[in-house]
Ligand binder design. Sequence first.
Ligand SMILES: [Zn+2]
Length: 363
Amino acid sequence: MSCCSTVTLDKAYSFKGEQQIKHMLLSPRVEKEIKMEPCKEDNYELVSFDALPNFLKDNEFILNYYRSEWPWKQTLLSLFSVHNETLNIWTHLIGFFIFLALTICAVSMVPFGSQPEVNGIEINKTNLSVITLPSIDHMISSSFNWYLPTYIEKEIANEAQGTVTRWPFYAYLFGAMLCLFTSSACHLLSCHSEKCAYTMLRLDYSGISTLIVTSFYPLVYYSFMCLPFYRNLYIGFITAFGIATIMVSLFPVFQTPQFRSVRALLFFCMGVSGLVPIMHKVFVFGHQPVAMITTVYELVMGLFYGVGVIVYAARVPERWWPGKFDLIGHSHQLFHVLVIAGAYTHYLASVMYLNWRDMEGQC
Ligand SMILES: [Zn+2]
């Protein structure tokens, strides 16, 4: 490693004469020793924005506490140290673990079908507050009850025929976990090298595309479960756009200026392909409370994501007080928190869709 060789040579130069140094440098044995000497210096310094190589220069309003081209070991260990990416890493890593816990809980739960009663609570189309899959507060408050034999026995006893498929729901959970994990990894590892930053950004971009696509699966599948033509049409379109966007994210050839209009068109189509089924759902099922409540959830989700993107693009508050939010409170951290809030809101909407179809039963 270059840092170690430099330190060794500096020390050598201070103790020996110039001729000896020249002799040492000409000696293959010493040259080998210099190369082989392990690096004992583990404390890499954080640097300022001005000292960064171009590929790490992203936000000129964050002035200090940057890691720059650190070796792998130090880069990985920086997960547990303080720098200007610490909260960016941990906000999405905690989000990943929240969604992992929600997934494990959802898998552990016994799904119920079109039963009229669960644990003595009558369920009908207007009683949508009964959620059988876990929310965060539900997870905490009832975590001790889930595995009690009586509860499971009741659930099994109540399980009716006609339970709807879960794959759109799990696809969304997978998309959320992938996005949050790749984002966290991108923030942790990008400081290592230009090549690594390039790769991680591509993966991060693909994770975001996967989250967008899988977000539409519960909405489209459960809304149009009994209208297979529209269900397949919408799922086909959003999947095709998603695959195209991920390819655009991964292959460098698509990053060239000639493909700028193609890239813009793909994202436009992804956005529109999400709005159309929401409007269609309200048009067809507007008379059912669940259609309106889930639409409110989708609007709240859109609001979280929208505000997040504005904060991200505007780079506030650090733009107003450069250097004051280097460690805590800069725009990217706020953006991450808003993304998790949006994803969790969509999770609650997905649970509602699932309950709706469980109650209605198969078509
Ligand atoms: Zn990020």
